[in-house]
Design a protein around this ligand. Structure first.
Ligand code: ZN
Length: 243
């Protein structure tokens, strides 16, 4: 990426895929990007820092999404390069669930999906792949650790769920959902633990989304492990929220 001047731009940008390119997102696809009232023909490309759109004359770059470091949602530190039609969805993945790493890889293959770490402490004593530093390295600007959505009482399952400071992060999450991005909430449960705070976080997001977009149905789903290691939306653990 030759230029990082996009970081200073604050007006809304829209990217629309040209017709006839089929579903999904592929390198080289042509988009029209509107910025500051002007349209730019651009191509989708994948670089070191992730996917981005680059103007055909090479003078502009737009990352598909940028969550600026941690607690990006809570501090409003995100920038979107692409808006799609329709509302995104929310999925939960717990680090203790067998196959969680594979599930996240699968979900994140869609570049409009973001990984939102809602653990109070974004680290794992035994599994380095669940440490913040690793996740940041793996997913870059599509990962953020939102401690505001963490559970203060995470060490003690007998104590009630108390979220650190959910308000701003919920607001940021809903903002991204309305723009078409989908979120994977990363907690530490195994998908079976009904009292995990991930359920409370989903509830808050759903509640706020319905205030912002009353006609929208958030299809959130919880992963549950059936028979061990099976992943996917059809695993029987679907929780249809807002229905
Ligand atoms: Zn959980």
């Amino acid at each position: 990426m030759a230029s990082r001047e996009w970081e200073t731009w604050t007006d809304e940008r829209v990217a629309i895929q040209r017709d006839g390119q089929g579903e999904g997102i592929r390198e080289g696809d042509v988009y029209d990007v509107r910025e500051g009232g002007k349209w730019w023909p651009a191509r989708l490309a994948c670089g070191e820092s992730g996917w981005y759109l680059i103007a055909e004359d090479g003078r502009r770059c737009w990352p598909l999404v940028s969550l600026w470091r941690w607690q990006a949602l809570g501090q409003g530190k995100h920038w979107e390069g692409v808006l799609s039609g329709g509302c995104g969805s929310v999925a939960c993945a717990g680090t203790a669930a067998p196959g969680a790493a594979e599930l996240i890889e699968q979900l994140m293959a869609d570049i409009s999906v973001l990984l939102i770490d809602i653990r109070y402490a974004a680290r794992s004593r035994w599994f380095p792949q669940w440490n913040k530093s690793y996740l940041l390295k793996r997913w870059g600007a599509r990962y953020t650790h939102e401690r505001g959505l963490g559970n203060v009482n995470y060490r003690d399952r007998d104590k009630p769920v108390v979220l650190v400071n959910p308000g701003p992060a919920v607001e940021g999450a809903v903002d991204l959902l309305t723009k078409g991005f989908s979120l994977v909430l990363l907690c530490a449960c195994d998908g079976e633990h009904m009292a995990c705070h991930c359920r409370e976080v989903v509830r808050l997001i759903e509640e706020r989304l319905q205030q912002v977009m009353p006609d929208t149905r958030l299809s959130a789903w919880m992963r549950r492990v059936i028979g061990g290691g099976r992943v996917g939306r059809a695993s029987g653990g679907q929780a249809s929220l807002g229905a």
